[in-house]
Design a protein around this ligand. Structure first.
Ligand SMILES: NC(=O)c1ccc[n+]([C@@H]2O[C@H](COP(=O)([O-])OP(=O)(O)OC[C@H]3O[C@@H](n4cnc5c(N)ncnc54)[C@H](OP(=O)(O)O)[C@@H]3O)[C@@H](O)[C@H]2O)c1
Length: 328
């Protein structure tokens, strides 16, 4: 039966993690869905003025004012109907988020969409929400929030989407892919999204900690010594070995392709600052476990030796603890 209010037939989306990535997706989704954002440090400014998005793809000076709440409990109580999707775009810090989002997740209903980096990040959601569909994604989108509420997006925008686990026959990954496309975004559906996750993590394990540890952009690192680029390639190849142990085969050319994404920038000398470098500079916690630690754990479980990844992990972890002293 159709509703007299067409807005009630739109999917209801809650964003958890209203930072750089999440805001761009919420803006897109606002064209086709009823959207709410859980905001933390940017709550006051977004509540008062909304977001401003400057995007090389979607346009400059876009003013976007979603409904905002301070947390998932407020989101759940402010809404008479369940959320169809909760889109999780916070940084990945293991074993923290499921408890926080729980009040807004309706069992057997809400689809949980993870738009986050890393590998092996989904299982804690399966454990916490055994009756909810889970979508795992890989995002290519250079974007930053600075100052609070102001989002700057570069010229890449791609969301790769799949069910988790990949053997699930849920229609939700296909539905979410269509939703993003209908909103004007670029989304591609994959039967095996883990293959795509491994491909991205090859990139992230190498560049994120290397740039953070050296306080260098990717280009500055490559130019810092004659064999610096070879070192990055060797790190990437170690990650590819781990992926292979899990049935995801990448050729040396595939890995070289990931390295070439950065090498093309050498000529212009315009390097990029991967998120861990930005985090260190701004005194924020880095996603060391989700991106590097989980690869190392998976390597250990299959007996794959990756000495460079291990070295990077211990150094990055120590840097993270130095920048963000842990409690006690
Ligand atoms: N940015 C990129 O270019 C990019 C590209 C590809 C992939 N990614 C991946 O995308 C994911 C999101 O990255 P991002 O750059 O968008 O991160 P971000 O800008 O730091 O945004 C994360 C947001 O989550 C919020 N948050 C964290 N914990 C919260 C809590 N308990 N309650 C409410 N809000 C909370 C943060 O609030 P506060 O401000 O209060 O901390 C922040 O607004 C990461 O996995 C990242 O690796 C990022």
């Amino acid at each position: 039966m159709s509703s007299p209010d067409s807005s009630t037939s739109k999917p209801r989306v809650l964003l958890f993690g209203a930072g750089s990535i999440g805001t761009v997706y919420l803006y897109l989704l606002s064209k086709v869905a009823t959207v709410t954002a859980v905001c933390r440090s940017n709550y006051d400014v977004v509540k008062e003025k909304g977001f401003i998005i400057n995007s090389a793809i979607f346009g400059d000076d876009i003013h976007f004012q979603p409904a905002v709440v301070r947390n998932c409990t407020e989101a759940a109580t402010s809404s008479s109907e369940p959320f169809d999707y909760i889109v999780v775009c916070s940084k990945v810090f293991p074993n923290t988020i499921p408890d926080i989002i729980k009040p807004a997740v309706t069992p057997n209903h809400t689809t949980i969409v993870l738009i986050q980096n890393g590998i092996g990040i989904e299982d804690e959601y399966v454990e916490a929400f055994p009756t909810n569909p889970i979508i795992s994604t890989v995002v290519y989108m250079p974007v930053a929030q600075r100052p609070a509420g102001v989002i700057t997006h570069g010229d890449i925008e791609l969301l790769e989407v799949g069910n988790y686990p990949s053997t699930s026959n849920s229609p939700q990954a296909a539905n979410f892919t269509k939703l993003i496309e209908s909103a004007g975004g670029t989304a591609k559906l994959y039967d095996d999204i883990q293959f795509k996750r491994w491909f991205k993590v090859i990139l992230n394990v190498a560049w994120n900690p290397v740039c953070a540890l050296s306080l260098s952009t990717d280009v500055d690192f490559m130019l810092s010594s004659p064999n610096a680029t070879d070192f990055v390639l060797d790190v990437m190849l170690e990650v590819a070995d781990v992926a292979a142990a899990y049935g995801h085969q990448f050729s040396k050319e595939d890995v070289q392709f990931q390295l070439d994404r950065a090498k093309v920038r050498i000529q212009s000398k315009k390097g990029i600052e991967p998120s861990m470098l930005q985090d260190v500079k701004e005194g924020r916690k880095m996603e060391v476990e989700a991106i590097v630690g989980n690869v190392l754990k998976k390597a250990k479980a299959k007996g794959v030796r990756c000495d460079r990844v291990a070295t990077i992990y211990f150094l990055a972890n120590a840097l993270d603890a130095h920048v963000n002293p842990r409690d006690s």
